[in-house]
Design a protein around this ligand. Structure first.
Ligand SMILES: Nc1nc2c(ncn2[C@@H]2O[C@H](COP(=O)(O)OP(=O)(O)OP(=O)(O)O)[C@@H](O)[C@H]2O)c(=O)[nH]1
Ligand SMILES: [Mg+2]
Length: 190
């Protein structure tokens, strides 16, 4: 059976850009959040990569549309659980902390934390792709903070099998490719 690698995460974090960097196939990419509204997949060798719509808030979309998209993502993840090799949660590392802090100040669980916990509860052993690293001046510090928010205590480098700093737009995704290779190898042995 062909195994799937699924890209999930909030809207506008760069999932479709990463999908293109991983597969060479183009999905519409843009500044307007909520651009991807249906799962989009491409096969590369024995692997099927899937680009999912954004999870949670989407500017310019109604509440109803956002909820429908969220349900679609959750259902997709549940239905595809058995054939998933890897669930990748993509975040915008450049805005993660600011957005997470804003939610926490309102007494709410940040959507990224909610999604991460959901993936863990499903036993998917998710990997975090910290994208847009090209916009970050102090990478180690930022990654330590992000990891800590998601239950991975610093230093972040001890989580290098679960956390990959990348810049999809610049095609700088080697940390993630290494994790994909490791997981593929481990799955083949099993
Ligand atoms: N600086 C920077 N910008 C990026 C990077 N990756 C993606 N972007 C930009 O982020 C914006 C959103 O990218 P998309 O790939 O469409 O994001 P998405 O997560 O697929 O968005 P939805 O389909 O709405 O969920 C675009 O303007 C991209 O050019 C990156 O590594 N660095
Ligand atoms: Mg997209």
């Amino acid at each position: 059976m062909n195994r799937e690698i699924v890209l999930t995460g909030r809207s506008n974090v760069g999932k479709s850009t990463l999908f293109r960097a991983l597969t060479g196939r183009a999905v519409p990419v843009g500044r307007r959040p909520g651009l991807t509204l249906r799962p989009f997949s491409a096969q590369v060798g024995h692997l099927i990569y899937v680009d999912l719509p954004g999870y949670g808030f989407m500017k310019y979309r109604t509440k109803g549309e956002q909820e429908a998209t969220r349900d679609l993502v959750v259902k997709f993840l549940e239905d595809h659980q058995d054939r998933m090799l890897l669930a990748i949660q993509v975040i915008d590392a450049a805005s993660f902390l600011e957005i997470a802090s804003r939610w926490e100040e309102r007494g709410e669980v940040p959507i990224e934390v909610e999604l991460w916990e959901f993936l863990q509860d499903m036993d998917l052993q998710p990997v975090l792709a910290a994208n847009k690293m090209d916009r970050i001046a102090n990478p180690d510090e930022t990654l330590d903070w992000i990891g800590e928010r998601l239950g991975m205590l610093p230093p972040w480098r001890q989580w290098s099998d679960r956390m990959a700093p990348i810049s999809a737009k610049q095609g700088d995704i080697s940390a993630l490719r290494r994790i994909i290779q490791e997981r593929s190898r481990a799955a083949a042995i099993k």
